[in-house]
Design a protein around this ligand. Structure first.
Ligand code: SME
Length: 150
């Protein structure tokens, strides 16, 4: 992992290891990621409730997608496949829920507890093809730390 992500990962670990409430840590994490990585324009959590994903803390423009059925959209597909889902160009994705016309690419990383998906981290970018292998590795590690709090 390159130095920028390595340093940011240290900040994430410090934040998640602090004495704050879990909800506040999640909120601060969204703000930290969005303000630290230029291509991260919307950063938020969805948590599994029954057969839906429910919007949790986020940083970025408000979204109408506060509840997403599992299987629907990029978020719902990632929850169903239980794997990180990178979409380099959302215009090429049929099963997509648009939050804003500015969004060009998206990554969704599941949060696992006892082997099951209990939520996910969703990041939108206003740039095409904004998420690569470095982002996947970095965000999967972040989600590993986040999952320890659940
Ligand atoms: N684009 C997502 C919906 C959530 S917003 O990006 C915040 C999707 O297709 O699932």
């Amino acid at each position: 992992m390159d130095e920028t992500y390595g340093k940011l990962l240290e900040k994430v670990k410090n934040l998640l290891g602090s004495g704050r409430e879990t909800e506040e840590k999640f909120q601060r994490l969204c703000i930290l990621l969005r303000s630290s990585v230029p291509q991260y324009d919307w950063v938020g959590f969805y948590m599994v409730e029954g057969d839906e994903l429910v919007l949790g803390p986020y940083s970025g423009a408000p979204t109408e997608h506060t509840r997403i059925p599992i299987g629907k959209g990029i978020c719902g597909q990632a929850a169903q496949s239980e794997d990180t889902f990178i979409v380099p160009d959302v215009s090429g994705q049929d099963n997509y829920l648009a939050c804003s016309i500015d969004v060009k690419s998206e990554v969704v990383v599941p949060l696992f507890k006892n082997g099951a998906v209990v939520g996910e981290l969703d990041i939108d970018s206003h740039s095409l093809d904004a998420f690569g292998d470095e982002d996947r590795e970095f965000l999967e590690r972040v989600c590993g730390y986040v999952a320890e709090l659940l």
